[in-house]
Design a protein around this ligand. Structure first.
Ligand SMILES: Cc1cc2nc3c(=O)[nH]c(=O)nc-3n(C[C@H](O)[C@H](O)[C@H](O)COP(=O)(O)OP(=O)(O)OC[C@H]3O[C@@H](n4cnc5c(N)ncnc54)[C@H](O)[C@@H]3O)c2cc1C
Length: 432
């Protein structure tokens, strides 16, 4: 099979349009509006809606979805090329109808939702008339879902939820929450949880407080559920299917974050280069100093390596048509992402001196964001473990006292194969 690094001309034209549109029309909104998830805010309605209409007219709305859900079904490679542009702007994913966590929530509603659930929640979500929240993490544990205790019990014709959730992004704007809760405490660990659709106004659902990170908008909620009752048809997927359902949204979510992170890291790289050329120190631009040149070269190499890994993973997903079959590659991308963003943004901060550390460039916030992409959707450590397990699965290993690649053992076998004696005299005799 051929290896291809070119974009087909029709799509290249779309990308050029997206690039100019994001730069000229969307990036300015990042500087004046608060949150893309505050869909009812009058300024969002005034400025974001007309841009969304242009994206729809261009056939670029919700590109992560297939035609049955109103997207063009581009596949992951095209999505990667597009998302690396959208990653430059906070508002761009919303303008293009592919913002997390709604994109992943829409995917699982599409796959597991009943017709009634789709009509009530999926359709307005796809239109960005409402936004949603996915709530899995609990205060006592995030990386290990087997520690979750929020409980859903069946009482007559209702499920009743009790417990607490933590760092639920966009809860304050969400019209509904997808919540993982324990339904089967005695089942094997990965069959204990189920997913529920909880409307925002369900009695007993409380936002204890909203939490931010660094000086970021406090967009992540500490939630409490006290006797929250929902009808039986508010379960998404089957009882005990929580892990399976979550994996569908997390697979896509992780690779899409990685695609957007390429865009953000490239912004940091561009700022690094700009400052290196523009700043004069001791009579020459910073760009003339070898230690600065090393920072530029290392940053470019890391960014391009990462981009290729993301694109190859996207290509594999398109071929396999199943996130689970590409799980190791997705974990590799997820584990690589925070370091690439961190290292490039940190070099750019440093080269900018105190300006870089200030809140007058986006660079210091990008360093903080690198920790966010390392934690959200599972910490790097856990993804490395997943990858290593997959890489080792099914591998045969040496059985002898010395490994199969032990040089003296292999040499003895090679000599025996050619009927040679191993000493110098024997080799000379063979030549004669
Ligand atoms: C910006 C942001 C947004 C988020 N949004 C959401 C959301 O919308 N919904 C939601 O449910 N959650 C959300 N989260 C929570 C996120 O999923 C958790 O932070 C993550 O799963 C880790 O859980 P924790 O923070 O409790 O850390 P812990 O589970 O306590 O882990 C802390 C650290 O311990 C180490 N560690 C943990 N397990 C292992 C292991 N197996 N091997 C080696 N080391 C390990 C790692 O270094 C890890 O970083 C969000 C997080 C962030 C930062």
């Amino acid at each position: 099979m051929a290896w291809e690094f070119e974009t087909d001309p029709d799509f290249a034209e779309q990308l050029a349009w997206i690039d100019a549109f994001v730069r000229e029309e969307v990036e300015p909104l990042d500087l004046i509006l608060q949150s893309p998830f505050d869909v009812d805010h009058p300024l969002n309605r005034r400025f974001v809606r007309p841009l969304q209409a242009q994206v729809k007219a261009r056939g670029l709305w919700a590109c992560h979805l297939g035609p049955e859900l109103g997207g063009p079904g581009y596949g992951q490679v095209k999505l990667a090329l597009m998302n690396e542009i959208l990653g430059r702007s906070v508002f761009a994913p919303t303008v293009f109808g592919c913002q997390a966590p709604d994109s992943g929530n829409a995917e699982i509603l599409a796959v597991y939702g009943t017709q009634a659930q789709k009509d009530r929640y999926l359709q307005p979500l796809l239109a960005n008339d409402i936004v949603s929240c996915f709530s899995m993490t609990e205060p006592q544990g995030g990386a290990d879902p087997t520690t979750f205790t929020a409980r859903a019990e069946r009482r007559d014709d209702h499920w009743v939820l009790n417990g607490e959730k933590w760092f639920a992004t966009n809860a304050r704007y969400a019209s509904f929450f997808l919540v993982m809760a324990v339904t089967d405490p005695e089942a094997p660990p990965h069959r204990r949880l189920s997913v529920f659709i909880i409307p925002k106004d369900a009695p007993g659902l409380e936002i204890v407080r909203n939490v931010g990170y660094g000086d970021r908008d406090p967009a992540h909620a500490y939630l409490r559920f006290t006797e929250v009752a929902v009808p039986l048809d508010h379960m998404l997927g089957g009882q005990g299917d929580g892990f399976v359902v979550a994996q569908v949204r997390l697979g896509g979510g992780r690779i899409h974050h990685a695609m957007r992170t390429i865009g953000k890291a490239r912004q940091a790289f561009d700022m690094l280069c700009d400052r290196a050329l523009a700043r004069i120190s001791r009579g020459e631009p910073l760009a003339s100093k070898q230690m600065v040149q090393e920072k530029i070269a290392d940053s470019w190499i890391e960014l391009e390596q990462f981009r290729l890994l993301v694109l190859r993973t996207a290509w594999k997903i398109d071929r396999e048509k199943d996130y689970n079959r590409v799980r190791g590659d997705i974990s590799a991308v997820k584990a690589a992402m925070p370091k690439v963003l961190h290292d490039i943004a940190a070099r750019a901060v440093y080269i900018h001196g105190c300006l870089g550390l200030s809140n007058e460039t986006p660079l210091a916030a990008m360093v903080l964001d690198s920790f966010q992409v390392g934690l959200a959707d599972g910490p790097t450590d856990v993804h490395k473990v997943t990858l290593a397990k997959q890489l080792l699965r099914g591998r045969k290993h040496s059985q002898g006292l010395f490994p199969d690649y032990h040089v003296p053992t292999r040499r003895a076998a090679a000599l025996a194969r050619y009927g040679l004696s191993g000493d110098e005299a024997g080799l000379k005799a063979a030549i004669a």
